[in-house]
Design a protein around this ligand. Structure first.
Ligand code: GTP
Ligand code: SPV
Ligand code: MN
Length: 597
């Protein structure tokens, strides 16, 4: 089937021959990343109804796609880490024996491309040729996947040229099959550099470069090779003197990474000359540089962002990024001008529209059902982003000053605190908890442990992953190691209102964080770590929204509540048995002792 292959790499050719023989397509197409081919694929997608061409005057090169109603989010219960032993996957992952899993998947995938075209996508995670970058090949029968991968990754034959005869590339097989939710599986085989995804056509389940490769497989590669793959945004804060400091922040899905990465500084900060630059909004690959500091790259080339709530006030940079060459998934189709709409875009829902499920919708009348799916998304090229960092393509990445962990917690976690040192910071990341969101199927709003925002994305035993964090820290000069913080933008008062305005005003907290990194501001030592003195968080311009008193209450540490939480941590840690790093056990004992005082 493989005539005119643009590579002679024997491992690639053998794998493709084998998989094509299994799925039996009518036709095979290599994706070269060219404009002409992309345009032809868009046209073909439109001819079958898979893609809808939007108003080209208002949204040039933009398209809409609706997935099956049963297929709108990641499926954590059907996501498997297939390591030789169950121990290696650990208690927080679903595990299947690799041989059994391959057999099951091959049975499902067999002949599934009959009557369809196979697309072979050679792609790079990270700038082509960067020492951080890794190559992948995704074989798919979906034009939607091809068009999204063209935005989210670097696609083209130069990736194959760079790879040469190397075996260091990630195999990805995606088969739409019948989108049967009962036969949907997203399986990672870390030891084999392999991902197989069947019976889905949605985002994170099928854009295999993203969560499957850049986090699940890459986290394992990082463990073996001495680097880190993290569910973290990367942003640069430029101060009025023109110095830029970089921060990596890990929040669970739909907890504010894209928003923080692209934030607009509050007026007072803008006037002083502060700027925020986006390097990445979801994933970081991190390693030690020649100067002993940690450097991060964003392995992606676009943003797969949550649409609802995105508007010109909350996140203009994200919205502006979607104005050309974007794909919208499961948003509302505004028939009045052939554009798109979602809840929170503006206060004018279209009266003549098609909702995300494909049925007529009138935003003025159908107020009891949403026009857009709560997890509807835009796929936007990074180059569109008005605040894209000039370092975005830097193959060496950017030096990291601070790691920030954070979740959605109505109670307990204060607005911000700093860990006492690296290992305490690893503890702070390991005990993260957050309310679940629409980004994954299942209940929404339930608090669960989500260490480092990696619960659904860690490709091996989470206890070993924590040990890896500890080992990385041990290899750093403490003076050069990023400082580790925790934030919570989502604290609520007794009436259920958010106590902190969030969004652009989060820069006020980042300013404190960066000052701490430079030793320019004091802090109070508490049972859980260093907290700001309320006076040290700048609330100028927030009159009426935040007062020193309300700030004090979001910075409050209730030792009784923390002692209660320690019980939950204890139970969570117990799952890992002897594999739990002793350092973390010691940190938990310290927390308990501090809170009991
Ligand atoms: P994934 O793409 O799923 O990884 O999500 P994400 O972490 O990038 O989250 P995103 O920035 O898309 O935000 C998700 C939701 O959180 C949106 O509905 C935002 O409106 C809301 N949000 C983001 N930042 C804040 C904040 O500072 N305060 C409050 N209250 N809500 C926020
Ligand atoms: C997330 O859920 O964290 C996402 C979206 O970034 S997805 O690509 O579907 O995983
Ligand atoms: Mn994410």
């Amino acid at each position: 089937m493989l005539t005119n292959a643009p590579t002679k790499n024997p491992t690639i050719l053998a794998w493709l021959e084998d998989k094509l023989d299994l799925v039996k397509p009518d036709k095979v197409v290599w994706i070269d990343g060219s404009k002409e081919q992309t345009e032809a694929l868009r046209a073909e997608g439109c001819s079958t109804g898979e893609m809808i061409k939007l108003n080209q005057d208002l949204l040039p090169d933009c398209y809409l796609h609706r997935t099956a109603v049963n297929d709108v989010a990641r499926v954590e219960a059907r996501t498997f880490i297939c390591t030789p032993t169950e121990e290696e996957a650990g208690p927080t992952n679903h595990w299947m024996d690799p041989a059994k899993c391959y057999e099951m998947l091959y049975d499902i995938a067999k002949d599934s491309y009959k009557g369809r075209t196979a697309y072979i996508i050679p792609y790079s995670m990270g700038p082509v040729g960067s020492p951080f970058s890794k190559a992948g090949i995704e074989l798919t029968d979906s034009i939607y996947v091809v068009l999204n991968m063209l935005i989210m990754t670097r696609v083209g034959f130069d990736v194959l040229d760079c790879l040469g005869d190397s075996d260091d590339w990630v195999r990805g097989l995606h088969c739409k099959c019948d989108i049967d939710a009962e036969k949907r599986y997203i399986c990672q085989f870390p030891q084999d550099n392999t991902i197989i995804s069947v019976n889905s056509g949605y985002g994170g389940n099928v854009l295999l470069g993203k969560k499957c490769f850049a986090l699940r497989i890459a986290s394992y590669q990082g463990k073996m090779e001495g680097w880190q793959a993290e569910h973290m945004l990367i942003l640069g804060v430029e101060n009025p003197q023109g110095e830029v400091k970089y921060i990596c922040a890990a929040f669970p899905s739909a907890c504010g990474k894209t928003n923080l990465a692209m934030m607009i500084p509050p007026e007072g900060y803008k006037a002083k000359g502060y700027k925020v630059w986006t390097v990445g909004d979801d994933i970081s690959w991190i390693r030690k540089g020649p100067d002993g500091r940690l450097y991060a790259i964003n392995p992606e080339n676009g943003f797969f962002g949550v649409a609802p709530g995105t508007n010109m006030k909350s996140n203009p940079n994200a919205l502006l990024s979607t104005k050309k060459g974007a794909i919208f998934t499961n948003v509302c189709h505004n028939l009045e001008n052939n554009t798109v709409w979602w809840e929170g875009l503006d206060k004018n829902p279209p009266e003549n529209a098609i909702d995300w499920t494909g049925i007529p919708w009138n935003g003025k009348v159908d107020t009891d059902r949403p026009g857009a799916n709560p997890n509807s998304r835009f796929t936007a090229p990074a180059v569109n982003c008005p605040c894209l960092s000039s370092e975005f393509e830097n193959p060496q990445g950017v030096p990291i000053s601070a790691f920030v962990f954070g979740g959605r917690r109505a109670r307990l976690a204060p607005l911000v605190y700093q860990s006492r040192d690296w290992n305490h910071g690893v503890f702070v990341g390991s005990i993260m908890a957050s309310e679940t969101t629409a980004a994954a199927t299942g209940a929404v709003g339930v608090v669960r442990r989500d260490p480092m925002a990696m619960l659904p994305f860690c490709g091996y035993n989470m206890a070993d992953y924590w040990q890896h964090w500890i080992d990385i820290g041990a290899g750093l000069d403490p003076e050069k190691a990023p400082k580790i913080f925790n934030v919570n933008w989502f604290r609520k008062d007794d009436e259920g209102h958010f106590m902190w305005p969030g969004f652009g005003d989060n820069l006020r907290v980042l300013e404190w964080i960066l000052k701490r990194c430079e030793g320019k501001v004091g802090a109070q030592e508490t049972a859980i770590g260093y907290l700001p003195f309320a006076e040290d968080i700048n609330i100028e311009g927030l009159e009426g929204e935040v007062t020193l008193d309300s700030l004090r209450s979001i910075l409050d540490v209730d030792k009784k509540l923390w002692l209660d939480d320690a019980k939950g941590i204890e139970e969570f840690y117990a799952k890992f048995g002897d594999r739990l790093p002793p350092v973390l056990r010691k940190e938990l004992d310290t927390l308990k002792a501090n809170c009991a005082e």
